[in-house]
Design a protein around this ligand. Structure first.
Ligand code: GLN
Length: 490
């Protein structure tokens, strides 16, 4: 097994035992990147020199007999909407083509305490708007399991890099499913933390009441460690919870006896792929055989979640994206006067999907429509939250598919935005309610494409989510499968 195949916890042990060096590991991951990146296209920026320099400094520390942190010397990728000081951060948009942040996002300063190796910045849908990375202004990322297919999105670059072996871990962001759905499509683990658990300071805003940064990893153990590294209160984010983050690795104890799991009928929607339903139901049976108690529950307002999300998220996006005016921020396309300058800049530098959402958002917020659309959507959001509050009176976690289908073909959906939006049915309710959720690999479609099981928890109960995911993961071996480039698993 090559080094790039291994999860961070195994690599950490090998580093501690001095069986490998951080330089060897980084070289191995960079070589894998060279071998796969042409086909996969996970990265917008690659930092080989900085990565090697960082690895060598970790090796010096190890040679000096110093202790190392969990991610110390372990190569990973950062979604390109997370600000990295001195490293270009584009959000996969032409409007931020030359933006080099003068500061680090809080997740980066926290992570820096563990001295990981940063391989580069991962591709995404422009401003995280999308579910396939086809909306990137630079390149489409390809799914390493079948390069004719999308990796999901918007954190498609992050998930594809971890699946392909060109990163051991990655950071993504999730506003309506953007960590969990690509994790599901790429056969890796992805967790959206509770809203407020991880600081959003330095995450370029898409929809501020929904956005969260979270881990994308090979397995649940790495996921808990990465969440440990980034979670906790941050005075720089007024929505960050003052609650202290627990040690999430306490969840890794392989025990779900007596755990009550709810199965929401509404998530096994009409049009759900038969292989997805089969794999997810089999995974839930497996959890039952491990001692969990499974009951049917109802989340009756689920059918309104997409409509509410696609009003609230664009409304917030329209507001957040006002700052890209060509005057104070980002790229500028000149014009005869300031109005023309702004018009030229925004019409030439934003992509089609971003413009579509700005228009939807401004329409929903405009006088005369505000009550009918935006306010109504906020009321639906409250009903969806209430559905979950009611359900969590009876169960400890909720299990469901992460996405209604496995990865689809590049180009298959892009011409039909509504069809694309419907794909988010299983993921957006959690963002609307602020809840934590994980996607963990639970099998393959007949075509050999990965399928993800989603586990949803109470607010700030990532521990039970991780515990459930870990017990399931340890009972099978899907997390040991690496993506086969260019052709799905037979
Ligand atoms: N697919 C969803 C959207 O297009 C989710 C995006 C996200 O979570 N950033 O908005």
């Amino acid at each position: 097994m090559a080094l790039y195949d291994k999860p961070a916890h195994e690599l950490h042990d090998l580093l501690v035992k001095r069986e490998i060096s951080a330089a060897d590991l980084t070289r191995d991951v960079l070589a894998r990147l060279d071998a796969t990146e042409k086909e996969v296209g996970a990265y917008l920026t690659v930092l080989p020199e900085a990565a090697m320099a960082q690895a060598e400094s970790v090796d010096k520390k190890i040679a000096a007999g110093e202790d190392i942190a969990f991610f110390e010397g372990i190569p990973g990728a950062v979604k390109d909407n997370i600000c990295t000081k001195g490293i270009r951060t584009t959000c996969a948009s032409k409007i931020l083509e030359n933006f080099v942040p003068p500061y680090d996002a809080t997740v980066m300063t926290r992570l820096a305490k563990e001295s990981p190796v940063i391989v580069g910045k991962a591709n995404l849908d422009e401003f995280a708007m999308g579910g396939s990375t086809e909306n990137s202004a630079y390149q489409t990322t390809h799914n390493p399991w079948d390069t004719a297919r999308v990796p999901g999105g918007s954190s498609g670059g992050s998930a594809a890099a971890v699946a392909a072996g060109s990163a051991v871990w990655a950071l993504g962001s999730d506003t309506g499913g953007s960590i969990r759905q690509p994790a599901s499509f790429c056969g890796v683990v992805g967790l959206k933390p509770t809203y407020g658990r991880v600081s959003r300071y330095g995450l370029v805003a898409y929809a501020s009441s929904l956005d969260q940064i979270g881990p994308v990893t090979r397995d649940v153990t790495d996921c808990a460690h990465l969440l440990n590294a980034i979670a906790g209160h941050d005075p720089m984010d007024s929505t960050s919870s003052p609650a202290e983050a627990p040690d999430f690795t306490a969840a890794l104890k392989n025990d779900v006896k007596g755990l009550r799991i709810g199965l929401p009928a509404e998530y096994f929607v009409k049009g759900i792929d038969a292989d997805v339903e089969k794999a997810v139901r089999a995974a839930i049976k497996q959890l039952e055989s491990l001692g969990a108690e499974v009951t049917e529950i109802s989340l009756p307002h689920t059918e309104y979640a997409i409509a509410a999300y696609y009003l609230i998220a664009p409304a917030e996006a329209a507001t957040n994206l006002e700052r890209y005016d060509g005057v104070s921020y980002g790229a500028r396309v000149d014009g005869a006067d300031v109005v023309e300058l702004m018009t030229n800049t925004r019409s030439q530098k934003f992509g089609a999907e971003v413009k579509r959402r700005i228009m939807i958002g401004n329409y929903a917020l405009s006088a005369g429509y505000y009550d009918a659309y935006y306010l109504k959507a906020l009321k639906v959001r409250t009903l969806i939250q209430q559905d979950f509050t009611d359900a969590f009176q009876k169960v400890d976690v909720i299990a469901a598919p992460t996405a209604p289908t496995p990865a689809y073909k590049i180009g298959e959906m892009i011409a039909d935005p509504l069809q694309m939006y419907l794909q988010d049915i299983c993921t957006v309710p959690l963002n609307l309610a602020g809840l934590p959720g994980i996607s963990v690999p639970c099998g393959y479609s007949a075509q050999g494409l990965p399928i993800g099981l989603q586990i949803i928890g109470r607010p700030f109960d990532e521990t039970t989510v991780l515990r459930t995911a870990y017990a399931y993961e340890q009972s099978q071996s899907f997390h040991n499968d690496m993506a086969r480039l260019g052709g799905a698993r037979a």
